[in-house]
Design a protein around this ligand. Structure first.
Ligand code: AMP
Length: 212
């Protein structure tokens, strides 16, 4: 399964990507995770990307495209992948299409008001990067990770003002990709509201039902 996940920030792409990757036995490739790691490790790429990531702005296309090109060449990605957070612009979508043909593009959509609630309720483990949500997926002990006991923090780009900006960036730059994939005949759409398991079931139905 070579799958591209589309959808606004806060729609639950990352959470569903983990489940889908497990189900299909392919790697979950999140450009946001890779970039955040590079920033934390202060690599050359991280230094280039840092100001964009902090502000919720898109990292320049050439930087992200090269990063994905390298990642997709790795052995584990040869049998498939779940791409989460890439492509985000027309240029990225066209570059990806030249690298490899996706089987499906799965759009997770939500009502706009829900997006703000979702993103601002998100908490991330500062140690192992597990993701929680105060409303839909709270940790057993408030403030601490179930998996490793690490401290849960609010990602800097999940602050409300930044979230609003990221949604605007999505509307302007990434939304047009819906028609890009529709025209290719590989788009499936799933409503992202509800429990994680429910959304996963919906996604699986949409993906298997739409299989050629
Ligand atoms: P995400 O975790 O996918 O929301 O990504 C977090 C941040 O990383 C975004 O707000 C961007 O600054 C940057 N980023 C992630 N993926 C991309 C991409 N495909 N193109 C440009 N910037 C990206």
């Amino acid at each position: 399964m070579k799958l591209v996940l589309l959808g606004p920030p806060g729609a639950g792409k990352g959470t569903q990507a983990v489940r889908l990757a497990e189900h299909f036995g392919v790697p979950h490739i999140s450009t946001g995770d890779i970039l955040r790691r590079q920033v934390a490790e202060k690599t050359d790429l991280g230094k280039k990307a840092e100001r964009y990531v902090r502000a919720g702005k898109l990292v320049p296309d050439d930087v992200v495209i090269e990063m994905v090109r390298k990642r997709l060449k790795q052995k584990d990605a040869q049998k498939g992948f779940i791409l989460d957070g890439f492509p985000r612009t027309r240029e990225q979508a066209e570059a990806l299409d030249k690298m490899v043909k996706a089987d499906r593009a799965l759009l997770l959509f939500l009502d706009p008001e829900d997006l703000i609630k979702r993103s601002t309720g998100r908490r991330v483990c500062e140690n192992c990067e597990s993701v929680y949500h105060l409303l839909t997926n709270p940790p057993k002990e408030p403030g601490f990770c179930d998996r490793c006991g690490g401290k849960l923090i609010v990602r800097e780009d999940d602050r409300e003002e930044t979230v609003r900006h990221r949604i605007q960036v999505y509307d302007e730059q990434t939304k047009p990709l819906i028609s890009f994939y529709k025209e290719k005949g590989i788009l499936v759409q799933v409503y992202g509201s509800g429990l994680i398991d429910e959304v996963f079931e919906r996604a699986m139905d949409a993906l298997t039902g739409a299989k050629r």
